[in-house]
Design a protein around this ligand. Structure first.
Ligand code: HEM
Length: 381
């Protein structure tokens, strides 16, 4: 009897502890879920206003706290096959408590608040850097015949933001943070602020020591889909990844030179299938036979021209693409099924964009003792 009372008490105790433990797990999952939910909505709120690219400051999505991001150094994640890792700079500054990546991220948020067009600028800069000699910041070098001076790079913007970030990096951690990593960290953050994925950016890149205009062999917007697939295959990207990366044309602008001839009958590029409303709307922007510096949004959905989302894919399916290559993606049997898939699912595009960005940002990177850590991003040491 005594034995059975004791065991009943013990059983009741064990049961109570189990219930407590289960309810605790439930709570922590809930709070994580709430945290994730608020983080993702932060990244999507009120970005941009769909106005033409005067690039006036647009309301910033409420961003993570701007208090000094000092965290204790912790072990970075294991190195990936490319030699990069998440958190490479943890504990690398003279004051080991300084989290330089967080300081840089805070500055990026500040810049984005001032001028949200830094998002398309940095995305394009990242692509143009990575596709020529890998992501080694070779695009940043000043000089008479450096990559910066090559035709496709003449309209690349955002250099002053990278320079400002480098000043912060050198003040806190002299000679430690590469310009290539600064581009990667900044691009990741603006992509998130514009409504794109919030992925963990890898670091550990070093800066290149070669920058020649003649090496800039970026794909032209006038190539066919087959030719463009071939250019991306050379960099080890699948056709699907190519479509995803071209989905970055969900933000930013193009000048008339790249699409003007699609508007007018009698030109070699005339596009009879283009949405007639779009054609009418673009004609005054880019009058026939003129050369102008005018531009228009690459994503012609006025509600989302500044937002990283899947509406670009919907637009090109509706024959409202701007660049010849963008429109071709929605017409070519090799790519149209990807376009349809991403037009249908914003979340699928978002998650696949994260992986494609990580892959692009790891393209032919220099690590370890290769290259150098530039003191000034626009000049070799
Ligand atoms: C076949 C590949 C690509 C071609 C032919 C191409 C071509 C172009 C062209 C012609 C422009 C307009 C430039 C101007 O008016 O000066 C442009 C803008 C842009 N591109 Fe691409 N692009 C390609 C891939 C990419 C990729 C992979 C990304 C990003 C990962 C990207 C991001 C952008 C962005 C964000 C803009 C707008 C820039 C701004 O507003 O300043 N592009 N692209």
């Amino acid at each position: 009897m005594k034995f059975s009372v004791t065991s009943a008490v013990v059983r009741a105790l064990v049961l109570t502890m189990l219930i407590l433990a289960i309810s605790h797990v439930g709570q922590s999952q809930d709070s994580n879920w709430n945290k994730r939910r608020s983080e993702s909505s932060n990244g999507r709120k009120d970005y941009g206003n769909g106005k033409p690219p005067s690039h006036s400051p647009s309301p910033i999505p409420s961003s993570p706290p701007l208090s000094p991001p000092v965290v204790p150094p912790s072990t970075p994640t294991p190195t990936t096959p490319s030699g990069l890792q998440v958190g490479f700079y943890k504990g690398q500054c003279p004051n080991r408590l300084v989290d330089i990546e967080a300081l840089l991220t805070t500055k990026v948020q500040e810049e984005f608040r001032k001028d949200s067009s830094i998002l398309p600028a940095l995305l394009r800069m990242q692509f143009h850097d990575c596709f020529v000699h890998g992501c080694d910041a070779s695009i940043l070098i000043n000089g008479l015949s450096t990559e910066k001076t090559a035709g496709p790079n003449l309209s690349v913007r955002g250099y002053e933001v990278i320079d400002a970030l480098k000043v912060i990096a050198e003040a806190q951690c002299p000679g430690v943070v590469s310009c290539a990593d600064i581009i990667a960290i900044a691009t990741k953050e603006v992509l998130r602020l514009g409504g794109g994925p919030n992925y963990s950016v890898q670091t550990g890149r070093r800066d290149g020591q070669v920058s020649r205009a003649q090496d800039v062999n970026l794909p032209s917007p006038f190539l066919t889909v087959t030719e463009t697939i071939s250019a991306f295959t050379d960099k080890n990207f699948t056709p699907e990844e190519m479509v995803i990366l071209l989905g970055c044309h969900t933000v930013g602008v193009s000048s008339c030179a790249f699409f003007q001839d699609r508007l007018y009958q009698g030109t070699s590029q005339f596009d009879p299938i283009m949405d007639p409303n779009l054609r009418q709307q673009l004609m005054p922007t880019c009058p026939k036979g003129t050369t102008s510096n005018n531009s228009t949004f690459l994503d012609q959905n006025p509600q989302s021209s500044n937002i990283v989302d899947n509406s670009f894919f919907v637009q090109i399916l509706n024959q409202r693409g701007i660049l010849p290559i963008d429109q071709a993606l929605a017409r070519d049997p090799k790519t149209v099924s990807f376009v349809q898939k991403f037009a249908q699912s914003a979340s699928l595009f978002n998650s696949k964009l994260a992986s494609a960005m990580v892959k692009m940002q790891a393209l032919e990177v220099l690590t370890g003792t290769q290259g150098e850590i530039r003191k000034t991003c626009s000049i070799f040491n």
